[in-house]
Design a protein. Structure first.
Length: 210
């Protein structure tokens, strides 16, 4: 169905205006909102993630594509709700206390949204308790922590501890990332998953929530 390809291509190129014009057209032609979401927007974002991982495109291209995708999903939201289409799961994301970096976090959030996951973004400088409380309040199965400084990476251990104290450690997966983080650190603090980049993070999150 070529209109789905057109939407996907426009989104991948970050042409938000075109996406905005094509989606109502597709709906008028009788294409379901879920089909537009799955086969045009999410499939297109998956392609963007793959190309980003292979270093064929870079952060600016991903950001404009994600912006176009967000505009598309906003348009589809009322139709999807009518049809009773649920997100693939919910995750809470933030940069840990003491750390004000957000480009990596934003990229991961957009990539995860591109997998159909509903994201609750807590922003930067987030207290461990805030991650946990937000996961409880929003019934999230996944907590994503970003740290870009060696001085703040140990806060991730506090998030894991807080989850244990709150009695939810067996109910949530804790996913971590950022420049100083590696698999060894992940194992040491008792987090569940470490990924080196945003595209891999989105894939891991989708399989954790499946």
């Amino acid at each position: 169905m070529s209109i789905l390809q057109d939407i996907s291509q426009a989104m991948q190129k970050g042409k938000a205006k075109q996406v905005k014009q094509l989606i109502p057209q597709a709906l008028e032609e009788g294409v379901s909102a879920n089909q537009i979401l799955e086969e045009a927007l999410l499939a297109g974002m998956s392609e963007v993630g793959k190309r980003f991982r292979d270093n064929e495109i870079f952060v600016p291209e991903v950001l404009v594509a994600a912006r176009a995708m967000n505009m598309g999903t906003e348009l589809l939201k009322p139709y999807l709700q009518q049809a009773g289409v649920e997100p693939k799961g919910k995750a809470v994301i933030g940069t840990v206390k003491g750390d004000l970096h957000d480009i990596g976090k934003n990229l991961v959030r957009m990539m995860m949204e591109g997998k159909g996951i509903e994201m609750i973004d807590l922003g930067v400088d987030v207290e461990p308790q805030t991650f946990i409380q937000s996961a409880i309040d929003n019934d999230c199965k996944l907590i994503c922590c970003s740290a870009l400084l060696t001085t703040t990476m140990n806060v991730i251990g506090d998030v894991v501890e807080c989850a244990k104290q709150a009695g939810i450690r067996d109910k949530v997966k804790i996913m971590i990332g950022g420049a100083p983080i590696n698999q060894q650190f992940c194992d040491t603090v008792g987090a569940d998953v470490y990924t080196p980049d945003a595209a891999t993070a989105a894939e891991a999150a989708a399989s954790l929530l499946a």
